[in-house]
Design a protein around this ligand. Structure first.
Ligand code: PEP
Ligand code: MN
Length: 348
């Protein structure tokens, strides 16, 4: 089932009406989409939002499969939903991020699919915990499921300055890949981005890191979508986006060079994250500078500098970094911060 690479899953966040799904099915008929997605039961953060159309929407998905010739999948979160989805012959089921986070729920789903060997997709848990993610994979393996793929949909964080709806933390899917080299990982670009303008960049990054496919939410009228309107795109925009992606050569594990290239790509994306964090630290330093200036406080406070060095050395030691290494890094960072604050003191 999950053999094609890159594997493309697309379709609306939620199945809203028969017309909506037929419109998507017709658009995907002769495309390189491999599987149509649509949520039938929607986990919503707050009550009162659209919670999906339930059972009737499974019939729309069946019809979408007939029209498009594509496979179809939906999200399940309990035994009853698994049984209905199997009864209506879904080709694959996915476990959502809010379910992966809960071992009781994952076990309930694993028990419900035991003996069916239905292909399963496992989204990462909402928090950046690789153990919970791989724990869900193990529960399904134990239930005899042999066709499993994972979906990287990013991790929630209380960081309002982030451009992402859910931070990618690329090192986590990379670690999962290291643990299960034969299980494909697809990137759910839509839930990481939360907005249309960065979908293409996130999708390209996923392919650069050798992830095995993409999930992209697609809706005939994205602005009118009953859920996740801001991140959905039309089928036409999806095709444009996919056409522009650079598909890297598959990495064959038998050459040292391919392995080196792969690790370098992983490192590149980690360095990008480090710089992103440094930029955020810099902004906070500037905020601090203004406060010091307004309150007539000195820029350099030796006590604070001593605290920085001591705490960072302890954290560093836990990760086998020497005191000297930590001192050099934080001297450089701190010096830059002081320099910027001095600039603020001088201005006006
Ligand atoms: C979804 O795919 O629409 C969804 C609810 O995703 P997640 O579980 O990743 O939040
Ligand atoms: Mn969604």
């Amino acid at each position: 089932m999950f053999t094609q690479k890159p594997f493309l899953i697309a379709g609306p966040c939620s199945a809203e009406s028969e017309e909506q799904l037929m419109s998507i099915a017709n658009a995907f008929k002769d495309s390189n989409v491999n599987m149509i997605r649509a949520g039938v039961w929607k986990p919503r953060s707050k009550p009162g939002n659209f919670e999906g159309k339930g059972k009737v929407a499974l019939q729309w998905l069946q019809k979408a499969r007939e029209i498009s010739g594509k496979k179809v999948c939906t999200e399940v979160a309990n035994t009853e939903q698994v049984e209905l989805a199997i009864k209506y012959k879904m080709d694959a089921l996915w476990i959502g991020a809010r379910s992966t986070v809960n071992p009781f729920t994952v076990q309930e789903i694993a028990d419900a699919v035991q003996g069916t060997n239905i292909p399963m997709l496992v989204k990462n848990p909402i928090n950046p915990d690789v153990e919970l993610w791989s724990g869900a994979v193990e529960r399904l393996l134990k239930a005899g499921i042999t066709q499993i793929a994972c979906i990287h949909r990013g991790f929630s964080s209380y960081d309002e300055s982030s451009i992402y709806r859910n931070k990618p933390n690329w090192a986590i899917p990379m670690e999962l890949k290291r643990r299960y080299p034969t299980i494909p990982i697809y990137c759910d670009v839509s839930h990481i981005s939360g907005r249309r303008d960065i979908l293409a960049d996130v999708a390209q990054r996923a392919l650069d890191l050798d992830l095995d496919g993409l999930m992209i939410e697609t809706h005939p009228n994205p602005d009118e979508a009953l859920s996740d309107a801001k991140q959905q795109i039309t089928p036409a925009r999806l095709f444009e986006l996919v056409d522009k992606l650079i598909i890297r050569e598959p990495i064959t594990n038998d050459t040292a060079q391919a392995k080196i290239d792969h690790l370098r790509q992983v490192m590149d994306s980690m360095d990008a994250e480090i710089i992103d964090l440094l930029a955020k630290r810099k902004n906070i330093g500037e905020e601090l500078g203004l406060l010091k200036k307004e309150n007539n406080m000195p820029i350099f406070q030796p006590e604070r500098w001593r605290e920085i060095i001591e705490s960072r050395s302890v954290w560093g030691k836990k990760n086998e970094f020497t005191d000297e290494f930590i001192l050099r890094i934080f001297e450089t960072i701190h010096e830059d911060s002081i320099k910027r604050q001095m600039g603020q003191f001088k201005s006006d």
